[in-house]
Design a protein around this ligand. Structure first.
Ligand code: COA
Length: 431
């Protein structure tokens, strides 16, 4: 049978497709801006037909309505990462959180977390019947491979993102055509604090480095201070609009990369239409599965890898909490530790944990001990540099006393005296 005949025979409405989901199924939804919102909304509209459908994904950028209390008998969300739609559901006991390094998630789908249904969004097929998973290849490609039922939304707005992003029409059980703009992430607001942090981070980045940038205002602020650098590269779990400007200016050209020279290597994308147009059919941009991109052994093959991520608290030993505030889970480890470890094994590599010195303008993020209940996301043995708007604290190779002193020096001035008093109590010596 030709792929075209297969396509026509499996074409159906979203309603028909979601009616094939069974109670108790595990449904893996494509990550972040790759979410097929048309299918998810059809599934929620059919809520009465299901009991205990488990909805698994990482960052949810859609409405996340299945987390609402009225659906708790129908759906149970299980996140690898929590966001605004799922935090309160998890806190109130209506949703679950599964800790996992990002690079290991595809392996879970073939081992301990078998997939019943994969819900994905792809480009229309090319002449060979191949479709691109566009902005989310990460764990989504493996979910397609492992799922018993694959429901795909064919969306002409999805960008085409290279040879490793492809799945064939014959891998899809239900094909639903629906054109809609890909979910966008608006550029963050970059204030004076973020700019100061960005400038300190940029001071640690040499020409020819390969960058991993996390999500949010701080990575974008770092990019503002890289305009005078040369020959930067990207090997990152994600990137956003900020990279486009530097790529168009020739600052990011991937020329000095020791692995995949000339290529932007990335697992998913979050940004605006400008980013999606930049990557569409761009031969220099390769989206690949996250068990490759985020594998620390792969990351380490990039010399001079600079990893920049953010966190919510650092204690005086250098333990980093990035995903919970005390007992409250607010996000997940994502690729943070994958890249911290990859950077540490990269020749000339460094990792940076960058954060404002305070939260809500009044809570110090540098603390004597992490809040009770907080998960240690990045261990004190792994942390390399911590950066706030007040400077850079090197931790690798520093004693407990030295690291405490280095961290106190970049804490907000309003909190330094109490941190110094804690230092004197803990180490039985004058600060
Ligand atoms: N005490 C109390 N509240 C705190 C806090 C602290 N120490 N630190 C942060 N918060 C609050 C903020 O005030 C904010 O509250 P709000 O939602 O009411 O405004 C909330 O927690 C989120 O913090 P914010 O600093 O705005 O988050 P962010 O969007 O800049 O993301 C992380 C920061 C750390 C949560 C995010 O980078 C993350 O999840 N990192 C781990 C995953 C990762 O690094 N992945 C790799 C790259 S994608």
């Amino acid at each position: 049978m030709s792929w075209k005949t297969y396509y026509d025979e499996h074409l159906m409405t979203a309603d028909a497709a979601v009616s094939r989901i069974q109670s108790g199924d595990r449904v893996v939804v494509a990550h972040a801006c790759g979410e097929p919102s048309h299918l998810v909304e059809a599934m929620v509209a059919h809520a009465d037909a299901y009991r205990d459908v488990e909805i698994v994904h990482m960052v949810a950028m859609g409405k996340g309505e299945y987390c609402k209390p009225e659906y708790q008998e129908n759906f149970r969300h299980n996140g690898f990462f929590l966001g605004s739609s799922s935090r309160s559901a998890a806190e109130e006991g209506r949703a679950d959180f599964t800790p996992s390094f990002f690079f290991e998630i595809p392996r879970l789908f073939s081992t301990t977390m078998p997939v019943d249904v994969a819900m994905v969004m792809v480009t229309p097929p090319d002449e060979n019947g191949m479709c691109s998973l566009g902005v989310s290849v990460d764990y989504t490609k493996e979910a397609v491979k492992q799922a018993k039922l694959v429901i795909a939304q064919i969306n002409p707005c999805m960008p085409w993102t290279g040879p490793h992003s492809l799945i064939s029409v014959e891998e899809m059980d239900c094909i639903v055509e629906h054109e809609a703009p890909v979910i966008e992430l608006a550029p963050p607001r970059i204030g004076e604090v973020e700019k100061a942090i960005g400038e300190h981070c940029a001071s640690l980045i040499q020409d020819g480095s390969t960058l991993q940038l996390g999500i949010g205002a701080i990575p974008d602020a770092v990019l503002l201070f890289l305009k005078e650098k040369k020959d930067l590269g990207i090997h990152s779990e994600m990137f956003s609009d900020g990279v486009v400007e530097l790529a168009e200016a020739g600052v990011i050209n991937n020329a000095k990369k020791t692995l995949h020279p000339g290529k932007f290597v990335v697992a998913f994308l979050m940004g605006t239409k400008r980013l999606y147009e930049f990557v569409n059919h761009n031969p220099d941009v390769e989206l690949r599965p996250v068990d490759y991109v985020n594998n620390p052994f792969v990351i380490a093959q990039n010399d001079n890898l600079v990893s920049i991520n953010s966190c919510v608290q650092v204690d005086l030993m250098g333990q980093v909490a990035s995903e919970s505030i005390g007992y409250k889970q607010i996000s997940g480890v994502g690729g943070q530790v994958d890249f911290v470890r990859g950077a540490s094994a990269s020749k000339g590599g460094i990792s940076i944990m960058a954060m404002p010195s305070t939260a809500k303008g009044k809570i110090s993020k540098i603390v004597p001990l992490l809040d009770e209940g907080a998960a240690v996301t990045t261990s004190r043995n792994d942390v390399d540099y911590v950066v706030t708007e007040y400077g850079v604290a090197p931790l690798k190779g520093q004693t407990l006393r030295q690291r405490a002193r280095n961290l106190i020096a970049i804490a907000h001035p309003d909190f330094r005296e109490e941190l110094k008093a804690e230092y004197e109590r803990r180490f039985h010596c004058a600060y």
